[in-house]
Each structure stands twice: as C-alpha cells, then as structure tokens.
Ligand binder design. Structure first.
Ligand code: NAP
Ligand code: MG
Length: 399
C-alpha cells in the first residue's frame, strides 16, 4: 500500500484478554494497518497488566477517553476466585467495564448487525432494534442485607443538617432479604439526553418504558425526567427529524416489540437493558453480531464488542487449534471508533474507509464466507465454515 489514510487525533486503544486479544491483533494487522496510518494511545487492560498496575491502568484508560473523546475497547476478563488462581493475581479487581462506565457516566447503545442470509428468530424484525441501557445505579450499585428473623426494616435519609426522613419498608414477620438502591436525577437526565441524541443521529423513533404504575416515586421519576427533557430540549428537533417519542409501561413495551419491524431505539433502565440486549442479540443469531457503544454526557464515546473474551475458544487456540471465533463485533468496534474520530476531526477519507470496512465484512458473510456461529444458522448454509484467520483474509481481499 503506497499511501495510507492519515489520522489527526489518536484513538484510545484498550487491549484485553484471551481469544478477543488474539483477534484484536489480527484485525489490526490485516484490516486496519495496511490502509490507515493508525494513531492510538495504547492501554493494556490484559488481566496481568491490570494486576501489575493495581488496576490503575483501567481508570487511566477511561480518563484518556474523556480527554481524547473516542476509545475502542477489547473484551476483558472480570476477575473472580478461579481467575485469581489461574493467573496468580495479587487481588481481585472490579469489572473493568463497570469502572469505565462509572467514570464516563454513560449510556450503552447496543445494535445488532443485520444480515440478509440470517433470519432473526422474530420474523417481523427486519430492521435493528437498538437497546439503550442506562449504565448507572439501580441494582448494580445496591445495598443488600439478609434479615435473620422478625423485625422492622426501614429506609432512612439523613440530611447534612442531621434531620431524618424515614419510611418502613416492611415489618418482617420472619427471616428474609432486603435491598436498597438509588439513582441520581443528574444521571437520569444524562441517560435521557444521550438517548434522544442517539435517536436523532440515527433518525429512529425512541421508546422509553418503566413500571411507574407500581413504582410511582422511583420509576415515576424516570418517566417524569424523560418527559421533561423531551418537552424542553428535544420536541422541536424530533418533530423536524420526523422522529416520535413514545412512553409506555415496560410489560406493554415487551409485548409490542414482538410485533414491530424494528428500526427503533428502546431506552431501558439498567436491569431491563442488561436482559433485553442479550435477548435481542440472541434473536439476531449470534452474540458476535452485536455492536456496543458507550456514550457519555460529556461527548466521549467508547466502542466495544458486546460479547466476552470467548474463554473456551482461547483454550483451544492455546493448544494449537485454529478456532472459528467470529470477529465481526470487534471489527465493528474499530470501524465505529474510526468513523466517530473521522466525524469529529472532519477527515472524510477515514470516514469512507470505516464504511468500506463494514461493507466488506457484511458482503463477505452475505456472499457465503463465514465463521461457525453463523454457518449453523445461515440460509443457504455455506459450503464451508471458515476459521477466524480465513474469514479475516476473506474480508481483507474485498477491502
Ligand atoms: P463470552 O466470552 O461472551 O462467550 C460465551 C459463549 O458465547 C462462547 O463460549 C461462544 O459459544 C459464544 N460466543 C461469544 N462470542 C463469540 C464470538 N465472537 N464468536 C463465536 N462465538 C462466540 O462469555 P463468557 O465465556 O461467559 O465469558 C468469558 C470472559 O469474558 C469472562 O471472564 C467474563 O468476565 C468476560 N466478559 C467480558 C465482557 C466485556 O469485556 N465486554 C463481557 C462479557 C464477559 P460457543 O462456546 O458455543 O462457541
Ligand atoms: Mg446481560
């Protein structure tokens, strides 16, 4: 390649673990470096380096995203007791994604990649259903307690002046469990803004659903804030773009979503988004066909794959086997990040490259060359299942 496409501002590149780390290097070598004079600021979030830096590298990488505006992240191991033994770790660390989300205070948008030769399980879904997941608070930052026997459980708020507000949660007749959780107006406002901005950028309708009939104060606050942000900041812009905002109860949304063609953003509270994004990914065929971007209210973006490190494939690869692990979500993390960088820097050649990379990837699969996860469900079934190396070479040939 005589002349490679240049970049103005570096991407924050966050490397990870296991099979996705292997594919990360391969995607860069075969699909990006031959075409782009890549500039990155590199952070190694491989588990050994997180351990060596007492996890400081994770927070550093998130702050770098805030500084530069765009990051791209590989999947990473969340350590547990088994990993501590496997890797001989000094300590257990929090989930890197949770650490990064807490620093960016973001909303995660997950969008399936639609293929003409893979039919979704829900036959009417011809366009992507994007899940917007509020990535702050609720049960993910809860306080829980086991209650050993009869007694009174209360919620108590103590103001800075020492005055108290309290209500009885339950006069417990016997042993049980109790949970307290919270959210912040400021975070819900960011969630609402990020969701409306995303829907406007993609020109799709936006749904928000909660259970405000039962949870009048908690879920009621979410509904009220979404409505206020819509009325005061986005109503005119949505009307101009021909986009509708629709609030409904969460159970009604679940029933309705099974009957639409797609092409919407479904903004979900944290838990709903966790659950629904896995449902949407699985209905579209493979975890590896789901893209994910974290959008922070300060205007920073982190692109990643929605799946994990594909641990079992990694053990096979270590034994010398060429696995058929699907790299599409990793490729789209790179194309998404390069495209956003190009938009912010006004570099049209880079934007065009990112679009070509996505098209080459989809064309490869639609023309019958794919990894095993898709080969099992594609119509017509391909002649041959490719391993990850053959599949990436097939994309590179088209590119
Ligand atoms: P996983 O890596 O998502 O893999 C679960 C299964 O899904 C795989 O065994 C594989 O099924 C299939 N799969 C996922 N991605 C695939 C791909 N690209 N191509 C083909 N098949 C794919 O989840 P996990 O095994 O439960 O977790 C492994 C590690 O990832 C854990 O340490 C966890 O902490 C971490 N994790 C990280 C992130 C993140 O950083 N974003 C997210 C989730 C989990 P088959 O075995 O049937 O082929
Ligand atoms: Mg989940």
């Amino acid at each position: 390649m005589s002349e490679r496409i240049s970049m103005k501002t570096p991407l924050v590149e966050i490397d990870g673990d296991e099979m996705t780390r292997v594919l990360w290097a391969l995607v860069k070598e075969k699909l990006i470096l031959p075409f782009v004079d890549l500039k990155t600021e590199y952070y190694d979030l491989g588990l050994m380096n997180r351990d060596a830096t007492d996890d400081k590298v994770t927070a550093d990488s998130a702050h770098a995203i805030l500084r530069y505006g765009v990051g791209v992240k590989c999947a990473t191991i969340t350590s547990n007791a088994a990993r501590k033994t496997e890797y001989g770790l000094k300590a257990l660390y929090p989930s890197p994604n949770a650490t990064i989300r807490a620093i960016l205070d973001g909303t995660v948008f997950r969008k399936p990649i639609i293929l003409s030769n893979v039919q979704p399980t829900v036959s009417c879904w011809t366009k992507p259903i994007v899940i917007g997941r509020h990535a702050y608070g609720d049960i993910y930052k809860n306080a829980e307690m086991e209650i050993p026997g009869p007694g009174k459980v209360e919620l108590v708020y103590t103001a800075p002046d020492g005055s108290e507000k309290r209500i009885v949660v339950m006069q417990m007749p016997g042993a049980g469990v109790v949970q307290g959780m919270h959210n912040l107006d400021s975070s819900i406002e960011s969630f609402a803004r990020a969701s409306f901005l995303y829907a406007l950028q993609e020109k799709i309708d936006i749904w928000f659903a909660a259970k405000d009939t039962i949870s009048k104060t908690y879920d009621g606050r979410f509904k009220e804030i979404f409505n206020r942000i819509y009325e005061s900041e986005f109503k005119g812009k949505c009307a101009a773009a021909g986009i509708k905002y629709f609030y409904t109860l969460i159970d009604d949304a679940v029933a309705r979503v099974m009957k639409i063609e797609g092409g919407i953003l479904w903004a979900c509270k944290n838990y709903d988004g966790d659950v629904m994004s896995d449902m949407i990914a699985s209905a579209n065929g493979s975890l590896a066909m789901m893209t994910s971007v974290l959008v922070s209210p300060s205007g920073a973006f982190e692109y990643e794959a929605a799946h994990g490190t594909v641990q079992q494939h990694y053990y096979k690869w270590k034994k010398g086997e060429k696995t058929s692990t699907n790299p599409v979500a990793l490729i789209f993390a790179w194309s998404g990040a390069l495209s956003k960088r190009a938009e912010l820097d006004g570099t049209s050649a880079l934007a065009a490259f990112a679009a070509r990379l996505e098209k080459a990837t989809i064309d490869t699969i639609e023309e019958g060359e794919m990894t095993g996860d898709l080969a099992r469900i594609a119509q017509p079934a391909p002649q041959k299942t490719l391993d990850s190396w053959e599949f990436i070479d097939a994309i590179a040939r088209r590119l």
